[in-house]
Design a protein around this ligand. Structure first.
Ligand code: PHE
Ligand code: ZN
Length: 849
């Protein structure tokens, strides 16, 4: 059902709500085909609005009855909802509607997953449950009664009363409708308790399908650690008597911070050594923390409108990053986060989907839950903290919680607390929220009479709708090293505000070697031609772990780019430097593992496009294979030693130390496998110590075109473990040889277990193939057609997942004419349909512009 022309919503058009909600009472009579939702909502005029128009959102609701102050209301259809005549004074709205959760495949609103009722209301799902002013600046306390012949009936807040077939919940904290949640069904709980700073007892529950109880312990520990950390570091205490988490198998995203009742994708809760990898454990810890931290940054203080999404997401990501650094290694976490920004956020900025951290218009808000809003939003906060310092950051945050508790706030409010706490003028800094794109920072150097000068120039390329950019505030952390490797100037944060600006360091006895953009102090592309000997010097001597790692990355990137261009041998500086660092057992194994983490094929494609070349996916792929073999041969003693050093005998422990050792072992294994015919990898799969090592072995084997028997055995062993089977789908598609990857993906799509309406399974296969760079970009376009066909098929069923998957086409302008033509055709095939969803329609349109 294509609406006329989907409407564009603009930040500039924001108007406060005409009516506010004093309180809400809901009753759910659950039924798969005909759930009845009864609502009693007390409205009052908003003193801050002169408008008295009464409007309620609603989508796909069958209205059974509607009254105002007890008298039948005459509803008139309006765009996206209804309107009707109301008194010019407070009144009570009562309605009964019918919805069909079992038919809800979009997984927004009230839907069913394996017989469990659950909800997803962010961003605009509540309007599929009942008539309501479904906007985040309308906040109210909710009372909920759930009726249904089911063992478990959950909603937000504290449990009030219950009996056979019913339960009542009371959430005293005013909240917007997007934080509403209800879960009901046959679930079992793993329970624990937490005593808050001020002595409040909180009942913790993780609710899962019967049989999954044994895989919740790690998530529970992560939850308690998060609660403690938020008290200790941010002074934030939990505010209800219960905190529940539910794991569901069908979920559009990772997890959701509903007040007192978080709903999680089961992939981000359930973990056991046999079924989950170290990466999964780390992600579970981070996402549990993220959703918990939202209780203050998102729920107690929410967003005025969806343009302010980064207010809660950027800040909450920043907080979960700080938490992970505290739980694990700060240096390693910073490198991983920088890697994510460069790999994925810079890529978004490079293409047609580039948008500011705070977008100014959208058609479908689901399309703006992006890496730019989340991760770049977090980077912007990191820069702010770097500029004002840790103590001022803390003061500003205290002021933020004090001043805005209970508010629906804006980025202006957020920056104001920093201005008030520090006396700084942040008007130029604010451009980080409104200007899209990645600044390019170039550097010139001067050396004279003991004075070393760095001259920086910043420039941000045009992005859609933003041809011209103004200079931004860049915190540039710099340190200087002596030619003998000693640090002569420790890290100093230079504050760049002009388009071109120089900074002098005086009184030096020798020309120093600069270490620029330490700790990845700003999300920019540093453009500086550096001889490989100087990079190798930084790899050996830099005291800043990020720049030390980055020196190795830059050398690796250069080697891979040259190899893609057909060049023979990589710079000896790189191989020697890498070998020395690898053998330095004084360095954290997790850090050394990152040194071995070569840029992927797509990273090389991005880098080639960045310098104006047209990437050839096949050449990149074979170049990378060649470099891998060269490393395997020339560094074989160091790699072997690292492989053995990374052994973790004894019971599995997911914490950072052993996980780092395994990372080192498995990175070494991946390279060694290029030259040993797969012997080590095969042995590792057979040894079957834990899922981390098994999957690493399997992946190394598949990447050299071996391992078919091992993959089949893995499938047979794990075919009833849905989360493990997802990994199998992703791995087999992702590691297939490029020339046959599409055929492999086709046969996976024919597999009886390919439950394509389940987002995890769909994503596993589609993301698997799309991540197989040369396989997806096969010259005849078969990869594009495969993805496009499936996206078109999913779109009427689940538009938000279909639209999100379509972003794999956003890079189309990067490639040669033939591939461009085929990708464009695929995008048109997605777009030019009578029934294209608002979600996919907006994405395909933007990508084609
Ligand atoms: N708000 C969720 C988070 O970041 C993400 C989410 C958005 C989940 C929309 C579902 C739907 O934690
Ligand atoms: Zn979030």
């Amino acid at each position: 059902m294509k609406d006329a022309a989907p409407r564009t919503i603009r930040l500039a058009d924001y108007a406060p709500p005409a009516w506010l909600v004093a309180d809400v009472a809901l009753t759910f009579r659950l039924d798969p085909q005909a759930t009845r939702v009864l609502s009693t909502i007390r409205f009052r005029p908003n003193p801050d609005s002169t408008d008295r128009t009464f409007f309620l959102h609603g989508e796909g609701l069958k209205t059974i009855s509607a009254t105002i102050d007890g008298r039948p209301a005459t509803l008139r259809e309006a765009e996206g909802g209804i309107t009707c005549d109301v008194p010019d004074a407070p009144f009570t709205w009562e309605a009964e509607v019918e919805i069909a959760p079992a038919e809800n495949t979009a997984l927004e609103g009230l839907y069913m997953s394996n017989g469990i009722y659950c909800t997803q209301c962010e961003a605009e799902g509540f309007r599929r449950i009942t008539w309501y002013p479904d906007r985040p600046d309308v906040m109210a306390p909710f009372r909920v009664r759930v009726e249904g012949d089911l063992p478990v009936l959950l909603s937000n807040g504290n449990p009030e009363a219950s009996g056979p077939g019913w339960a009542e919940w009371d959430d005293p904290w005013r909240k917007p409708a997007y934080l509403f949640a209800l879960v009901a069904g046959d679930l079992v709980a793993v329970r624990d308790r937490f005593t808050t700073l001020s002595g409040r007892e909180v009942d913790l529950g993780i609710w899962v399908r019967p049989g999954d109880q044994g895989r919740c312990a790690f998530a529970m520990e992560a939850l308690k650690a998060s609660m403690r950390w938020d008290e200790e570091v941010y002074g934030r205490e939990y505010d209800l008597g219960v905190f529940n988490i539910v794991a569901v198998d069908d979920f559009n995203a990772g997890a959701m911070e509903n007040k007192g009742l978080n709903v999680f994708n089961s992939a981000l809760v359930l973990a056991s050594p046999e079924t989950a990898t170290d990466g999964t454990y780390e992600r579970i810890e981070a996402v549990i923390a993220h959703e918990y931290f939202h209780n203050w940054t998102g729920n107690r203080i929410t967003c005025r409108d969806w343009f302010q999404l980064c207010l809660k997401e950027g800040l909450t990501v920043f907080r979960d990053q700080q938490f992970t650094s505290a739980m694990r290694s700060e240096a390693v976490k910073r490198i991983e986060d920088a890697q994510t920004i460069r790999r994925h956020q810079f890529k978004e900025d490079q293409g047609p989907l580039a948008h500011p951290v705070r977008p100014e218009s959208f058609v479908e808000i689901n399309n703006f839950y992006t890496i730019t809003v989340y991760e770049k939003g977090a980077e912007v906060i990191g820069m702010l903290r770097r500029l004002v310092g840790a103590a001022a950051y803390k003061r500003a945050l205290d002021l933020y919680f004090d001043r805005h508790d209970g508010d629906a706030a804006t980025i202006e409010d957020w920056l104001q607390v920093f201005e008030d706490a520090t006396g700084r003028d942040l008007s130029q800094f604010k451009r980080w929220y409104s200007q899209a794109g990645t600044p390019r920072l170039s550097v010139e150097e001067a050396w004279e009479d003991g004075t070393y000068t760095l001259i920086f120039t910043q420039e941000t390329p045009p992005t859609p709708g933003q041809p011209d950019k103004a200079p931004q505030v860049l915190p540039i952390a710099v340190g200087l090293l002596n030619p003998n490797g000693d640090e002569v100037v420790p890290t100093k944060v230079l504050e760049m505000t002009e388009a071109r600006q120089s900074f002098a360091f005086e009184g030096l006895s020798a020309r120093p070697i600069p270490s620029i953009l330490r700790d990845f102090s700003a999300p920019v592309v540093l453009q500086r031609e550096v001889p490989s000997a100087e990079r190798a010097f930084l790899l050996a001597h830099d005291t800043d772990p990020f720049n030390r790692w980055d020196a190795a990355q830059a050398l690796a990137r250069a080697a891979l780019m040259d190899a893609a261009g057909g060049a023979g041998d990589p710079a000896p500086d790189w191989i020697e430097g890498l070998g020395r660092a690898l053998a330095d057992t004084g360095l954290d194994p997790a850090f050394r593992a990152l040194l071995l983490d070569l840029p992927g094929d797509e990273d090389i494609a991005i880098a080639l496009a960045e310098r104006g070349d047209v990437p050839d996916p096949d050449a990149i792929h074979s170049g990378r294979a060649r470099i891998r073999r060269i490393l395997a041969e020339r560094l074989s003693p160091q790699l072997e030693a690292a492989y053995h050093e990374g052994a973790t005998p004894g019971p599995y422990d997911p914490s950072a130390g052993p996980a780092g050792q395994r990372a080192l072992r498995n990175r070494a294994l991946w390279i060694l496998t290029a030259a040993d015919g797969g012997a080590r990898a095969r042995a590792q799969v057979a040894a079957d110590e834990n899922m981390t090592n098994v999957l690493a072995g399997l992946s190394a084997l598949l990447s050299i075109g071996a391992g078919e028997a091992e993959a089949a055995a893995f499938h047979d062993r794990w075919k009833d473990e849905r989360l493990v089977l997802d990994s199998w789908f992703a791995l087999v598609a992702g590691q297939a040889p490029p020339e046959s990857a599409v055929e492999t993906a086709r046969s996976l799509a024919d597999h009886p277990a390919f439950a394509w309406k389940t987002p995890n399974r769909f994503r596993a296969l589609m993301r698997g193939l799309a991540g197989n760079h040369a396989g997806f970009h096969r010259a005849d376009g078969a990869g594009y057609d495969f993805l496009a066909d499936w996206i078109v098929r999913l779109d009427p069923v689940n538009p938000s997942v279909a639209a999100r998957t379509s972003t794999v086409f956003s890079s189309w302008k990067r490639y040669d004419a033939g591939r461009q033509e085929r990708m464009r055709a695929a995008l048109h095939r997605m777009l030019d349909r009578d029934d294209v969803s608002r979600d996919l329609g907006e994405m395909a349109q933007r990508m084609l512009e």
